[in-house]
Design a protein around this ligand. Structure first.
Ligand code: MRU
Length: 369
């Protein structure tokens, strides 16, 4: 992603088309909310934290630089309710792009609070300022989206550190061999990554022996994106395996821990992540290999008691057919995510520390937020 803001209120956003990585590096201009929605929906950008960041930066670019939006906002300037409605309409549209990852919904809720607060402060202010409602809210959206960008990298570094320490302690090993699924690295976040950030931290500590990346059918986030990051970073023992080789790997080679990302973690610890994560957790449980979820607090959804209520995105048959060389017209079931039950999870690594199950094996995620 390339984000610039010369002059303070002139944000510009370009995103790397992840459908073309690693073979081509093409950047797409995101000048408005419509394009932000499109790159998310088509998975040209993906990964729970990045979806939220691109949506919010896209909204900010739209409000601050898109002539059509500026004209619309100018017409209703001074009417705080009308401007709020205008922004909320765009927010709902962005939220409808992909339903499973909760980071975007959480971010929009935070932004909404910040906007309400700014409007309250404006009406309570006695100063004879010439700043209009539109200007104030454009600035709130811009500041909040830039804050998210910065916070995400810092959170990921903390996740990496907590995760590396937890895995070293749990396994008692000097060198760690990891398995991961999907892409949870720099490409899925503002930088550093969550689960792949844990591998990065182990590598920095010279404690990473190997990392096996699952191919992650049908989109191949593992073989295209994680493999690319592993090679770029020169991670020791980096290798790609097809999804169905995970059992054989654990049966025949050294695997110390699995570490995966999350799109939504419920109050009881149930976690939605890329399709195939549930399978991986079952194989890890069978082999008594610790299984960690690495996710920022923005991926937690304590309003849902369990994974049963998580909306699971289903993608088109066409997307599965084109990536699998199946005959055209073949009916498919193509869920993008699955839910790993709390009982298969050893710990949830966040930027505030690791959430562990209690003595009865139950997670209390609410107590952590
Ligand atoms: O469909 P995707 O590629 O958006 O799915 C991504 C994942 O499942 C990731 O593991 C998750 O979003 C965490 S990314 C830090």
């Amino acid at each position: 992603m390339r984000y610039t803001n010369d002059g303070g209120q002139n944000p510009r956003l370009k995103v790397l088309d992840q459908l073309l990585v690693p073979h081509e590096k093409v950047y797409i201009d995101v000048p408005d909310v419509k394009m932000a929605y499109t790159v998310i929906k088509t998975m040209q950008i993906r990964g729970a934290p990045l979806i939220a960041i691109v949506a919010l930066l896209g909204l900010s670019v739209d409000m601050n630089t898109n002539a059509h939006s500026i004209e619309e906002l100018d017409k209703i300037d001074g009417d705080a309710t009308a401007i709020l409605l205008w922004i909320r309409d765009k927010m709902e549209y962005l939220k409808s792009s992909r339903p499973t990852a909760v980071n975007l919904a959480n971010a929009l809720q935070e932004l909404d609070k910040a906007m309400e607060e700014a409007i309250k402060n404006m009406s309570g202010s006695s100063s004879s300022t010439t700043t209009t409602t539109k200007e104030v809210l454009c600035k709130v959206v811009l500041d909040y989206s830039e804050f998210m960008l910065e916070r995400d990298v810092n959170d990921n570094k903390a996740i990496g550190k907590f995760g590396a320490e937890a895995i070293l302690k749990k396994t008692g090993k000097d060198k760690i061999s990891l398995v991961t699924i999907c892409n949870t690295g720099s490409l899925a976040t503002a930088g550093y990554g969550t689960a792949l950030g844990v591998a990065r931290s182990l590598q920095k500590m010279e404690k990473l022996e190997s990392i096996s990346a699952l191919e992650t059918r049908p989109y191949n986030q593992g073989s295209r994106l994680t493999a690319f990051e592993i090679l770029e970073e020169g991670m020791p023992g980096g290798q790609l395996i097809c999804d169905s080789a995970a059992g054989a790997l654990m049966q025949t080679k050294k695997v110390d821990a699995c570490v995966v990302g999350a799109d939504r973690v419920c109050a009881n610890g149930d976690t939605a992540n890329k399709i195939g994560t549930y399978n991986l957790s079952i194989i890890a449980a069978f082999h008594k290999i610790p299984f960690y979820v690495a996710a920022p607090i923005t991926s937690l959804d304590i309003t849902l008691e369990s994974g049963k209520s998580i909306p699971i995105e289903e993608r088109s048959s066409e997307e599965l057919i084109s990536s699998s060389k199946a005959p055209a017209g073949m009916p498919c079931w193509n869920p993008a995510f699955d839910v790993t039950p709390d009982c298969n999870i050893s710990g949830i690594i966040t930027e505030k520390g690791v959430i562990y199950p209690d003595a009865d094996g139950k997670f209390n995620v609410k107590a952590f937020v």
